[in-house]
Design a protein around this ligand. Sequence first.
Ligand SMILES: C[S@@+](CC[C@H](N)C(=O)[O-])C[C@H]1O[C@@H](n2cnc3c(N)ncnc32)[C@H](O)[C@@H]1O
Length: 261
Amino acid sequence: MGVRVDRLLDVASGVGTTARIFLDTLSSQKIPMPDVVCLDESVLSLCLTGQNLLEILPEEKMGLVCQRIQEATGLARMFPNKEPFDLATWGNGIHYLSPEDQRSALCNIRDNLRPGGFLGISTAFHQEAIPEETKPFYKAHISGAVRILREKGIERDKTVPSPEAARYRPASHYRELLSDVGFKVVSEESFLAMTTADFWRGLSDYDQYASGALHGYPLESAREVLVSAVDPAFEQCAVRGEDGQLGISRNWLSLFACRRS
Ligand SMILES: C[S@@+](CC[C@H](N)C(=O)[O-])C[C@H]1O[C@@H](n2cnc3c(N)ncnc32)[C@H](O)[C@@H]1O
């Protein structure tokens, strides 16, 4: 898109995958590294982000912030040159927040971007994420996990409500929210990606996913049985992609928006 990025904010950095892809792309085109601030609510994630990015980014160009994005105001002011960001990225994380927190988070990101600065968000946890033909996989995965829990005599507490991560919202929700808080959506794409058994084991072991997929069960047990239930569900439902690998297809939504001045 030809945007100059001197300052990047990566929200919910996880292990730094989104920022790393961006920096690798700059590096392959011999473009100088920007200053990069990564924010995540998890200290462990930030440590892994730091290790990952230090392979490509000088330490003095990196800032790590442990905070919830919906509470993070004044991020740009926390760093030496106090300049707002040119680009913010928020990969695979917005769906974990309630709509109210999503709104506060997007306002914080907007306030830390320069007018005309860009924000990219992506999620594979929206209403249009699951192709019809892959639905048997989810049924097999969850019912397999619940079967193991029953065999272990672990009961579900039916009074526990489903958390935010289990409530999928349509793509239009994200589009409208961005527009409401002062962004102009400049592109929206949905692309089909093959997810592997490794991906599902990793996701199943992730607290926020497990607490949504098997809410009401003890979290440790939910994670453990979801991981164990991946292989049988894959054997039953996975299909071979173009590369010959077994997988389950899923739609990724990606929105790119510009801060209105
Ligand atoms: C699935 S990972 C996404 C990592 C990375 N952005 C990527 O695309 O691979 C989600 C991350 O969001 C973080 N997270 C969840 N809720 C958050 C919040 N309210 N504020 C900041 N980080 C949050 C979690 O700690 C986790 O590291």
